[in-house]
Design a protein around this ligand. Structure first.
Ligand SMILES: C[S@@+](CC[C@H](N)C(=O)[O-])C[C@H]1O[C@@H](n2cnc3c(N)ncnc32)[C@H](O)[C@@H]1O
Length: 180
């Protein structure tokens, strides 16, 4: 059901969805290993899609009330609300983050599967510019990418980024990057 909803949306908005299938639970597990729950604040999942990562984070022990899903597609937001009682779902563009922050509260960590390869350079620049001040003030930023070159791209935009994982069990296999 999830994969079908995902594929349907991909056919309508291939660039913003960026993948024909949802990520595997192993990507969520790799994210969870890099989340420090002893720090205050919520985990903001950017581009939650049909919720594979959300479910994996919950299964790894992240409390539902510490997860906020941000997703641009209304249909995915409806699905996320049905699937995850107790998880806050915000239907918006990440570019609105500054206006949303009063609603979200303190952010411990960004967990992102945003498809920068298909979103393109301008959109990537805009999004990283929005995230950077939060990272500079202590929010951890975790990004999944199929690209081995994300460290360079992200450092060019002033973020201190390193590779912190590689997930074979995903289609296609993916890197996990961390900026602190
Ligand atoms: C590659 S999919 C990942 C979905 C899911 N997290 C997964 O791993 O299967 C990227 C998701 O980001 C969402 N998205 C794309 N651009 C966005 C934006 N500017 N703000 C918020 N969400 C966005 C898409 O609608 C899509 O659900």
């Amino acid at each position: 059901m999830s994969a079908k909803a995902f594929l349907k949306k991909y056919l309508i908005s291939p660039l913003s969805i960026g993948s024909v299938v949802p990520s595997s639970k192993h990507v969520g597990m790799a994210f969870a290993k890099n989340i420090d729950l002893s720090k205050d604040g919520v985990i903001l999942e950017i581009g939650a899609g049909t919720g594979t990562i959300t479910k994996s984070l919950i299964d790894c022990g992240i409390p539902r009330n510490r997860i906020v899903c941000l997703e641009i597609e209304e249909a995915f937001c409806d699905l996320l609300r049905k699937r995850f009682n107790g998880v806050e779902v915000i239907c918006s563009d990440i570019l609105n983050l500054r206006e949303l922050v009063h609603k979200i509260g303190k952010i411990n960590c960004f967990v992102s599967t945003l498809p920068f390869i298909s979103l393109g350079k301008d959109q990537t620049d805009k999004i990283l510019n929005i995230l950077k001040p939060f990272v500079d003030s202590g929010t951890t930023y975790l990004q999944m990418s199929y690209s081995p070159f994300f460290v360079g791209k992200s450092r060019k935009r002033g973020l201190q980024t390193k590779r912190c994982g590689y997930v074979w069990k995903n289609f296609p296999p993916a890197y996990i990057y961390k900026s602190i």
